[in-house]
Design a protein around this ligand. Structure first.
Ligand code: PAF
Length: 280
């Protein structure tokens, strides 16, 4: 496995692969990799001749009061995991390599980025769309892999690829959970013991909502109310949002029909966690 720190190195490597007619998969990450990332990388290795994983804590998707500085990092451990799965190249640029001092071009999106996480993180998806576009331009992958845990991000990237005619297949992969239900996240590392126990309220609310849908409930207000009450039963939990939206437009819906996303963001202490389920 090789590690590249510059755009130039990645381009040279990918060019050589393409000359041989090899397909290329990309797994964009911010590092501190866990089993959720591992599932993306494994799928990418299965479906492509060569796989690039990027490890880059992208400053432009963090708001001024968010956790950019404290975001967990362990590049050596990340590399060991990538290598064990069969990733061919890890791209690990410095922020200066990705953003020139006078950088001023953005990829942004209306509608889908204004609801859910976009409400409390107003510049987040502009940063995500911009860095993902840059990674797509640098790596020129045939396929790129994203987790369903960031369901709004996945919907936004699919829409960006469609709207901007990017010739890349976007592959979404299911949420990976701890044995007790907590969705895997690099941010789980912020939780102390008491908070870790309290964080289970997110997956409990997700499972409750899923069961109500399975039992035939179609009124989203009823499902949302039950999920909110569930989360509020945990004293350490503070809701950012619990919403039920159309799976493509990310706009609230009244009835469960077609493709639906039920999503939440909840603070456990200072840590903001997300979870969701899809109804197809
Ligand atoms: O999901 C993430 O880890 C990030 O938002 C991504 C897609 C790597 C862009 O920085």
């Amino acid at each position: 496995m090789n590690v590249a720190y510059t755009v130039k190195e990645v381009r040279e490597q990918v060019k050589a692969w393409k000359k041989e007619g090899l397909s290329v998969g990309l797994v964009p990450t911010m590092g501190y990799l866990h089993e959720g990332h591992a599932s993306l990388m494994k799928k990418a290795v299965e479906e492509n001749d060569r796989v690039v994983a990027s490890v880059f804590v992208n400053p432009t998707q963090f708001g001024p009061t968010e956790d950019l500085e404290s975001y967990p990092r362990d590049f050596d451990k990340d590399c060991a995991l990538c290598e064990s799965i069969g990733v061919n190249l890890v791209f690990h640029p410095e922020p200066e390599e990705m953003y020139a001092p006078d950088f001023c071009t953005w990829v942004d999106m209306d509608v889908l980025s204004k609801t859910l996480c976009g409400k409390s993180r107003p510049i987040h998806f502009r940063g995500v769309c911009t860095v993902v576009s840059k990674l797509f331009n640098i790596v020129t992958p045939d396929r790129a892999y994203f987790g369903q845990k960031d369901a709004q991000q996945l919907a936004i990237i699919r829409r960006m690829v469609r709207d901007l005619n990017m010739d890349i297949e976007i592959v979404g992969c299911p949420i990976v959970r701890e044995e007790d239900g907590l969705a895997k996240s690099s941010r789980n590392t912020y939780l102390n013991e008491e908070e870790r126990a309290a964080a289970l309220i997110l997956s409990k609310a997700v499972f409750l909502g899923q069961k109500m849908v399975a039992d035939g409930e179609t009124d989203t207000a009823v499902i949302k109310k039950a999920m909110i009450e569930k989360v509020e039963s945990e004293p350490l939990a503070k809701i950012d949002y619990v919403e039920i939206v159309d799976g493509l437009s990310m706009q609230p819906v009244d009835k469960i029909e077609g493709s639906i996303l039920a999503a939440m963001a909840v603070y456990i202490g200072k840590t903001r966690l997300i979870d969701n389920f899809l109804i197809e």
